[in-house]
Design a protein around this ligand. Structure first.
Ligand code: HEC
Length: 480
C-alpha cells in the first residue's frame, strides 16, 4: 500500500523531529521551563495551537481511521511522521484535492475544501520550525465525526430519502487492475417525478477504499416528459444537454470527496417512469478482496410539484467533435471545444474530466458582444481526483443566449507527468484510462429571457477577464 511505501521513505522525519524536540527540551529545561511547552517559543507556530485546527477543518474528513485516505491525521503522533510530506503536498496544492487556479475565474464555491494562503503559510512555518507540538492544553477538542452509517442528507432534510437505489455487488480482487463495472437496474417509478437532491456512496467502509468513482446515469425515454418552464432545443442524444428519446443524463457522480448534490431552490432533475440507472463503478484494488455496491439516495419534490427550473448535466467537450483527440508521444497537447448556449443559462458547477494524461482545463465564456470571461481554470488536474467545483449561489455565472462556452484542455504526454504510463505512446480518444477524454461536466439551468433580464437588472455585469494566467503556453507542443 501507498502509505507503507511512503512511510518508509519519510522514516527519517520522525527521528529528526524527535531529536530536535529532545534537543530543544534540554535547552528549555536548563532555562527552567516546563516540559509541556518546551518546543514552543512565544509566537511560534505549534501543532496544538495552529496546525491541529487546520487539520480538523480541512483534512480529517478523509484522514482518519476507516475513511479513504492512507493515513490518519488526528493526533500529533499520527501527523508528525508525515510533516514533510504534508508540507510538500500543501505547497503544491495537491492536498486537499482542489485544483482550481486561485488567480483567475470564479473563486467562491459551495464545496471549497482548499486551504487559504494563510493556512498553507502556517503549515509550512510549523514544519520548518521542526514541527513542534507546543502546549497540549492548546489542542482543540477532537472533532466529532458523525457515524457514517446514516445518509448525510437525512440530517439536512430531517427525513429519510424517498428512494434508495442499489446497484449490484461487485468484488474488487486483490491487486487487480482498475476495472469499470457497468450494470443496469430499474428505478421503478410509475410517474414522472423530480429529484431535489441525491446522495451516493459505496455500501461499506471497505468499499470506500476501492470505489474510485461511481456514475449513476439516467437512461429514460422523455417523449412524454412534462417540461420545466424553459424549453430548449437540445442535441440529438443528450450530448448537448439531455432531452430526446433515451436521453442519458447523469443523475449523480460519486467520487472520493463528493457525496451529494442539492439542487438550487426551485431546480430539479426529471426522472421518468421506466427510467433505468446505468451504473459505472470505477474500482481500484486494495490489498484484500472487497465486495460492495453503490447506493443512491434520492429526495423528490412532492408528488405533482414541478420545479421551476430543470438542470441538465451537460458534457462540454474540449475538442473538435470530428477530430476528437490526437496526442502525439512526448508532447503537451492543447485542444478546444465550442458550445453555444441556446437560451440564457446559469452554470452551476465545473467538473473537468480527463484521464491519466490530463493536465489542465479551462472553461471560458465568450459573450455575444465578443468579450470573454474565464469562468474556471483547473491548473493542475489530477486523474485520481474528479473534483467537482460547485459555484456558490451568488457567483454561479448567468449568461445570455448565444454565449459560447469555450473549453480548453491540456494533456501532458511527457515524462513530467507522474501519472503517465508511457510517454512514447500515441494517445487517442477512448474509455480506458490509458486512452484520453477531455470534457467538462456542467449542470446547466436554462432561464427564460424575462428571467435573464430580471437577473441582469439586479447584477452589474462582471468585468471581462483575459486569458488564463499561469499555464505555460506549450511552445514546442503540437496543437489541434
Ligand atoms: C477528500 C479527501 C481528502 C482530504 C480532504 C485530504 N486528503 Fe490527503 N489524501 C487523501 C487520499 C485519498 C490520499 C491518497 C491518494 C492521493 O495521494 O491522492 C491522500 C494523500 C495525502 C498525502 C500523501 C500520502 C502519501 O502516501 O504520500 C498527504 C501528505 C496528505 N494527503 C495530506 C493531506 C492534508 C495535510 C490535508 C488537509 C490539509 C489533506 N490531505 C486533505 C484524501 C484526502
Amino acid at each position: 500500500m501507498k502509505a507503507t511505501r511512503k512511510s518508509t521513505q519519510f522514516s527519517a522525519v520522525p527521528i529528526i523531529v524527535a531529536a530536535l524536540i529532545s534537543l530543544m527540551a534540554a535547552k528549555a529545561m536548563a532555562s527552567g521551563e516546563t516540559a509541556a511547552n518546551v518546543v514552543a517559543t512565544p509566537g511560534q507556530v505549534t501543532f496544538a495551537k495552529d496546525v491541529a485546527p487546520i487539520l480538523q477543518e480541512k483534512c480529517q474528513t478523509c484522514h482518519r481511521a476507516g475513511s479513504i485516505a492512507p493515513m490518519s491525521l488526528i493526533s500529533y503522533q499520527d501527523v508528525r511522521p508525515w510533516a514533510r510530506a504534508i508540507r510538500q503536498r500543501v505547497i503544491q496544492r495537491s492536498m486537499p484535492p482542489w485544483f482550481i487556479d486561485k488567480s483567475v475565474g470564479i473563486q467562491h464555491f459551495s464545496n471549497d475544501i482548499s486551504l487559504s494562503d494563510e493556512q498553507i503559510a502556517t503549515i509550512v512555518k510549523w514544519v520548518d520550525a521542526g514541527a513542534p507540538l507546543g502546549n497540549p492544553k492548546d489542542m482543540p477538542p477532537p472533532k466529532v465525526f458523525e457515524d457514517d452509517g446514516g445518509w448525510q442528507l437525512a440530517k439536512v432534510f430531517g427525513r429519510q430519502p424517498d428512494l434508495i437505489l442499489e446497484g449490484p455487488d461487485y468484488t474488487v480482487k486483490t491487486h487487480d487492475q482498475d476495472q469499470w463495472f457497468r450494470p443496469i437496474t430499474d428505478v421503478g417509478l410509475t410517474e414522472p417525478r423530480w429529484a431535489m437532491a441525491v446522495e451516493m456512496r459505496p455500501s461499506t467502509k471497505e468499499g470506500r477504499k476501492v470505489f474510485h468513482h461511481i456514475l449513476a446515469g439516467l437512461d429514460q425515454d422523455e417523449t412524454n416528459a412534462p417540461s420545466a418552464q424553459v424549453k430548449v432545443a437540445l442535441g440529438p442524444n443528450g450530448a448537448d444537454g439531455g432531452g430526446g428519446p433515451a436521453a442519458m443524463g447523469l443523475l449523480m457522480e460519486y467520487a472520493i470527496g463528493k457525496n451529494f448534490d442539492i439542487y438550487r431552490e426551485g431546480t430539479g432533475k426529471l426522472i421518468m417512469p421506466g427510467a433505468k440507472i446505468r451504473w459505472e463503478y470505477h474500482t481500484h484494488a486494495e490489498d484484500q478482496d472487497v465486495t460492495a455496491h453503490a447506493q443512491l439516495a434520492v429526495y423528490l419534490y412532492p408528488k405533482g410539484e414541478t420545479p421551476k427550473y430543470r438542470t441538465y448535466l451537460t458534457e462540454f467537450g474540449a475538442y473538435d467533435v470530428k477530430a476528437r483527440l490526437d496526442i502525439p508521444p512526448n508532447s503537451i497537447n492543447e485542444t478546444q471545444g465550442f458550445h453555444v448556449l441556446k437560451a440564457p443559462a446559469r452554470l452551476e458547477n465545473f467538473q473537468p474530466h480527463m484521464h491519466l494524461r490530463g493536465k489542465a482545463m479551462e472553461m471560458e465564456a465568450i459573450l455575444p458582444d465578443g468579450t470573454t470571461r474565464v469562468l474556471s481554470y483547473a491548473d493542475h488536474f489530477n486523474f485520481n481526483w474528479m473534483t467537482n467545483y460547485i459555484y456558490a449561489t451568488d457567483e454561479a455565472p448567468v449568461l445570455p443566449r448565444g454565449t459560447i462556452i469555450h473549453v480548453t484542455a491540456w494533456h501532458d504526454n511527457t515524462t513530467a507527468n507522474p501519472n503517465n504510463p508511457d510517454p512514447d505512446q500515441w494517445v487517442g480518444y477512448g474509455e480506458r484510462t490509458v486512452d484520453e477524454m477531455a470534457h467538462a461536466w456542467v449542470n446547466v439551468t436554462y432561464l427564460s429571457d424575462e428571467e435573464y433580464q430580471d437577473w441582469l437588472s439586479k447584477h452589474p455585469s462582471p468585468a471581462p477577464v483575459g486569458r488564463r494566467g499561469a499555464i505555460a503556453e506549450p511552445s514546442s507542443a503540437s496543437r489541434n
